[in-house]
Design a protein around this ligand. Sequence first.
Ligand SMILES: *[C@@H]1O[C@H](CO)[C@@H](O)[C@H](O)[C@H]1NC(C)=O
Ligand SMILES: *[C@@H]1O[C@H](CO)[C@@H](O)[C@H](O)[C@H]1NC(C)=O
Ligand SMILES: *[C@@H]1O[C@H](CO)[C@@H](O)[C@H](O)[C@H]1NC(C)=O
Ligand SMILES: *[C@@H]1O[C@H](CO)[C@@H](O)[C@H](O)[C@H]1NC(C)=O
Ligand SMILES: *[C@@H]1O[C@H](CO)[C@@H](O)[C@H](O)[C@H]1NC(C)=O
Ligand SMILES: *[C@@H]1O[C@H](CO)[C@@H](O)[C@H](O)[C@H]1NC(C)=O
Ligand SMILES: *[C@@H]1O[C@H](CO)[C@@H](O)[C@H](O)[C@H]1NC(C)=O
Length: 605
Amino acid sequence: MLEGTAAHLWMCWRAFYLLAAGVALACEARLPCPPSCRCNAAVLEVNCSGGQLTSVPNGVPQDAKLVNLTHNTIKTLVNHQFYNLSQLFHLDLSDNLLAFIEVEAFLGLRSLLTLRLARNQLKILSVGVFAGLKDLRLLDISSNKILVLLDFTFKDLASLELFTADDNDFVFISRQAFAGLTGLKRLALDVQNLTAVPTDALAELSVLRSLHLHQLGLTTLPDYSFHHLDLLKELVISRFPQMESLSGNSLFGLNLTSLTITHSNLSAVPYTPLRPLVYLVYLDLSFNPISYIQGSLLGDLLRLQEFHLVGGSLLRIESAAFKGLVHLKVLNVSRNLLTTLEEGSVQSVDVLEVLGLDGNPLACDCRLLWLVRRRPYVDFYGCPPTCSTSVQLQGWNFLDFAADDLSNLLTCRRPRVLNRKPEDVRADQGHTVVFDCSAEGDPQPSVSWLNPQLRHISPVGRIRALTNGSLEVRYAQPLDSGTYICVASNAAGNDSLPVSLHIRALPSKTHFQTWLVSPSAPPGGSGNHNLPFDLKTLLIAATIGFFSFFSSVSLCFILMFFWSKGKGQIKHTATIAYVPRSAVSNSNTGATSFKETGRFTMKLI
Ligand SMILES: *[C@@H]1O[C@H](CO)[C@@H](O)[C@H](O)[C@H]1NC(C)=O
Ligand SMILES: *[C@@H]1O[C@H](CO)[C@@H](O)[C@H](O)[C@H]1NC(C)=O
Ligand SMILES: *[C@@H]1O[C@H](CO)[C@@H](O)[C@H](O)[C@H]1NC(C)=O
Ligand SMILES: *[C@@H]1O[C@H](CO)[C@@H](O)[C@H](O)[C@H]1NC(C)=O
Ligand SMILES: *[C@@H]1O[C@H](CO)[C@@H](O)[C@H](O)[C@H]1NC(C)=O
Ligand SMILES: *[C@@H]1O[C@H](CO)[C@@H](O)[C@H](O)[C@H]1NC(C)=O
Ligand SMILES: *[C@@H]1O[C@H](CO)[C@@H](O)[C@H](O)[C@H]1NC(C)=O
């Protein structure tokens, strides 16, 4: 009996459910749906996409949650256009011909969360257009032709979190354009016709966490471009085609975890602006013509985990380039001009998990042994590096090598200095001396020079190491004498060759030269090497001095000759005192010396 009642009850409930469902179905069938639209009553969606509509259709059900009006030819929105759709969450008007939106067009959309107006013909957004959208979270106005953003345009959008305004023609963004966007977390802005970063306008966005700026026509990113953006975590700067550098304080005030500067014209890593970003985890400098990553200059980025520089002009990553970056686990330097990647460039190869090194003209030799050995632990994302410069390994990729072959295949040859006959050069003071040094080895060794004190000689200065490997000593001085060492080194070791240099002091060691340098210095003083003139100037001055001295003396003689003739008395000697004007020393004629008295005696005819 009890069972029967239960069964009966169950039947009743079933019938009731069927009835209810039937009513529901009937309701759905009766749901008003505007012509050229498809309505889905279950999810309360109205899809009018591609319906050849020239204006917003009437009769959109009041309880609709989503209205899709994309791919139509709607040109204008009048005010209160959507007034009764108080339950609408999502409105999409992308891909229309919208050129004008009246003030308060969206009034009444109390629940609206997303509004998409991308790919239309909008040139201006009047203040008040967005009135009433107090809950809006996402606004997309990308790919329009908007020229200016006026003060308070977005003042009603206090809940807005994501705002995309890429690909417009902004020529002016007013200082308070973003006033009222107190909840904005992410902004993408295309600023191709602006000449400056809209720093003041951005300063209104106090809780912004992500900023994407595209296409700014700047050559240098100025100091303090992003101050007041205290909470910003992600900054993306891309397609600034003329930007060649970042000012030292351009990123001042930021505490970023992710920084991307791509498709610009940077020729060096912006070491100085990066230094304060100690919380940075992700750094991407791809598609910039950067040639070198210098050693030990990124060490402040303690927390960096990813470094990307794809498609640049990298020729070399110096050893210790990533020194101090103990968390670096992703390194992507694909599609550059690297011939190798030294083990010493990264702080710890054990931490490295992902490496992009493909698309580089790699020389497979002993310098890459470490990497081939670590290949089981490193993810190349399906693009393992390939050898390209050594003939027998051309085209091999890193996964082709068998473990046993490695030490035979990936080899280096120690450098050997060529023409190694000991050189012993003697020269006079003031001459230029060049020592050549060339070396062979695999990889091609680099040649450097050590001075007699065993210090490295730099490529600039009077004594310098030339790029072709030679050592040049200009205006050689006696103190330059000594043994210089040419060192050729590569990954396999080094070879060296000592050469010696003897510089003879100028023979004209007289008080005269000393007098020129400092009138009070005693003759024969040791002031030669710090002569304040260079030798050429000295020679010219001396020659001019000699000629003028000689001509005045001759004139005196002639005058005296006539005077003595006139007197009738012949004097046979004359003593001439003179003030010395210059020293003469000429390597062709030998040295002319003067007596210390400053006078000399001449026989007259
Ligand atoms: C709306 O309709 C278009 C064209 O018929 C279709 O491609 C699109 O997927 C539809 N969207 C939804 C949310 O149903
Ligand atoms: C904005 O810049 C683009 C490309 O530089 C140019 O084609 C366009 O005419 C500019 N627009 C305005 C309004 O200056
Ligand atoms: C990029 O910089 C180089 C010089 O560093 C310059 O010659 C070139 O014109 C620049 N490119 C652009 C697009 O400004
Ligand atoms: C910088 O950001 C990190 C995390 O992203 C945070 O822990 C740290 O407190 C911030 N520092 C300052 C000075 O705001
Ligand atoms: C390196 O970056 C390029 C371009 O973004 C990407 O295609 C490639 O997969 C990356 N490689 C690795 C190993 O991350
Ligand atoms: C290197 O250059 C210097 C000056 O340009 C020249 O005197 C020297 O002979 C060159 N050395 C070699 C090995 O070519
Ligand atoms: C040359 O190699 C030796 C070991 O082979 C090393 O001790 C020395 O420091 C190297 N010299 C230079 C200048 O690299």
